[in-house]
Design a binder for this molecule. Sequence first.
Ligand SMILES: [Fe+2]
Length: 311
Amino acid sequence: MNQTVFTSFEPKHVDLFNNAPLRLDHSLDRSALFSMDALAELIERYPREHYSLVHMGEQGSPRKTWREGDIGGLTGRQVIDWIANGRMWLNLRNVKTVDPRYQELLDAIFGEMAERLPGFSAFNQGLGILISSPKAQVYYHCDLPGQSLWQIAGRKRVFLYPNTKPFLTPEQLEGIALFSLETDMRYEPWFDEHAVVHDLEPGQMLHWPLNAPHRVENYDCLNVSMTIEYWTDEIRRAHMVNVANGILRQRFGWAPKSRAIHGPGFAAKAVLQKALKNSAWLKREKAARRPVDFKLDRERRGHIVDLATQG
Ligand SMILES: [Fe+2]
């Protein structure tokens, strides 16, 4: 990478980082790595185990529907065209392991963050590319690692909520840490009165405080976005506490009072979650695996076919 990724990073942003939603400018909408040709080519050679194709309900419909599918042998160009005419998203989840150019990009991003944010040190960084339909939506949820969302093409409205009760409870965080229940979170329309809302344009990115719940509504255009996730020592410790508190609450019926990430209570929880996390990890893996039940319809642009009725 010989271009600067962040094009607006001021001293105030250092104070805001991780304490409040933060919108910054970036240059990746102009990068060759995200041209439609590059994305089409990437889709064509993308390993099955590293992508998710998700079909969702209409914006505003009360019923949450979320189905997982397969791109069904279409070309990369066709896949993008089908998404542009459907209501779904394609998540290329693990891009750095598929193409080393995106690992270089990740290194450049975190290099710039380390230069600008005193004491910031991250590991296990991940980079995903999301290609999503006009008017597609991502339901209210929260994520465990540190997160940011980068807009490359199209426009979307992002709603960010406080990472405190009633928007996010310790029980919900523990449920996500133990069983991956991130899309089962309670959401009420009045939560929006307390949201920070951004209309994200190409060349803008958002970072938000750890675990802050969020949801996304695309405008009426094809969207290309990049998601970045990362862990820090503090995030890892918070995760260990969530796992341990979840085990205490779910298995031993004991309501944990502390979420401290240092001291003797934390040390005991670190031991407890280490002893039990393999079984929890297995459960989580099982729960996270949703069956693939549709594929893209070769004949009808933007449509899908149920795999179950294929015979
Ligand atoms: Fe998210």
